[in-house]
Ligand binder design. Structure first.
Ligand code: FA5
Length: 341
């Protein structure tokens, strides 16, 4: 076989081997075999001495072109292997930097707990004690001692979960007023945050289990002016902005006179939405002056002492404060939602 033929054979054979290589190792093997120090090209070169000077120049050109072709093809295939390899590694090592870091995630307080803490701090600074009554209550504390005897139609206002032993799940935090009056004795200032239960149809603003915060002050010469002062102080501290409020007459057997303090809906700015039932107002804070019968039933003389009381809807207040348009979000325990606060 002539040297020309051997060189053409080497070019064809090696290009085919490069094309067939499925790994860098195979590619390298084919390169060493063709272009290595002891490779085919090196051994062909040994026969150069036998050629005439003209032939040597011609075949030398051919040899250089074969060598260059093979080296170029080798480099480009090697580069392709490296790129594929890199792409695979990147795909494998890809990380989502928006995912939470592994390990223990820090907990956070439920928005209602945060709000409760703030109100406790505020009222403590105003000289109020913080009381926590039981969730399972007696009928006497929840109703009778609050001027709601068994036959009173006001019992129907709070559809109650009764227990088989005659006790009940408290329907409001007002029974803690009774416990407070009986243990602290006047003059007294107390608040009582806690969970309450009603047999309610659940919707965007009603839950069967929700939170209230009761407040009570019993002293000499307590008037609606004192009540208004504390309510304004409370709302401006919570909302840290101007809120529009209105006082309506409201009926609760344990206060006289009784009021409903509504705030203009902060979800829709009063335009109407599911939370305010399209009225523009949200009922937040029933309140009033303590009924003389209630004082009497806790052995406090209404001739000497008077008081005010309020029952804040803590869950609804959290909705207004954080712009939450469905009460079920607060009760659902979904951490994706709750950890935003
Ligand atoms: C009472 O529970 C009275 N004990 C409040 C009171 C205390 C009046 C002291 C006077 C003096 P009412 O049923 O309106 O009242 O509930 C008080 C607040 O709890 C409401 O204004 C509302 O914000 C909230 N609330 C009532 N029902 C629900 C419910 N199903 N889901 C969420 N919040 C509710």
């Amino acid at each position: 076989m002539t040297l020309d033929a051997k060189l053409e054979e080497l070019r064809r054979g090696t290009l085919a081997a490069f094309a067939a290589a499925i790994s860098v190792e195979e590619l390298e093997e084919a390169r060493v075999e063709a272009l290595g120090r002891k490779g085919t090209l090196a051994s062909i070169s040994k026969d150069f001495g036998k050629l005439s000077p003209e032939e040597r120049a011609r075949v030398g050109k051919l040899l250089n072109s074969v060598k260059q072709d093979l080296e170029t093809e080798y480099e480009s295939k090697k580069l392709r292997f490296e790129q594929t390899d890199l792409a695979e590694r990147l795909a494998k090592e890809w990380i989502d930097v928006t995912l939470p870091a592994p390990g223990v995630r820090p907990g956070s307080l439920h928005p209602i707990t945060q709000l409760q803490g703030e109100i406790e701090d505020l009222f403590t600074s105003l000289g109020f004690a913080v009381l926590y009554g039981p969730e399972v209550e007696t009928e006497e504390h929840n109703f009778d001692a609050l001027n709601i005897p068994a036959t009173h139609p006001a019992r129907d206002m709070q559809d109650t979960f009764w227990l088989s032993d005659g006790q009940l799940l408290r329907t409001h935090t007002s029974p803690v007023q009774v416990r407070g009056m009986r243990t602290l004795r006047p003059p007294l200032r107390m608040i009582a945050p806690g969970r309450v239960f009603r047999n309610e149809e659940v919707d965007a603003s009603h839950e069967h289990t929700f939170y209230q915060l009761e407040g009570m002050m019993v002293d000499r010469d307590v008037s609606v002016a004192n009540l208004t002062y504390f309510m304004k102080t409370l709302l401006s501290s919570i909302f840290k902005r101007e809120v529009t409020v209105r006082l309506r007459p409201g009926y609760f057997p344990f206060v006289e006179p009784g009021f409903e303090l509504d705030i203009r809906c902060l979800i829709c700015n009063g335009e109407g939405c599911a939370v305010c039932k399209h009225s523009g107002w949200v009922e937040l804070l029933p309140c009033g002056l303590v009924h003389p019968n209630v004082l009497r039933m806790s052995s406090i003389d209404p001739e000497e002492w008077g008081g005010f009381a309020f029952g804040l809807g803590l869950t609804r207040l959290a909705m207004m404060r954080y712009g939450i348009d469905d009460i079920r979000q607060l009760q659902g325990g979904d951490l994706r939602f709750l950890t935003q606060f």
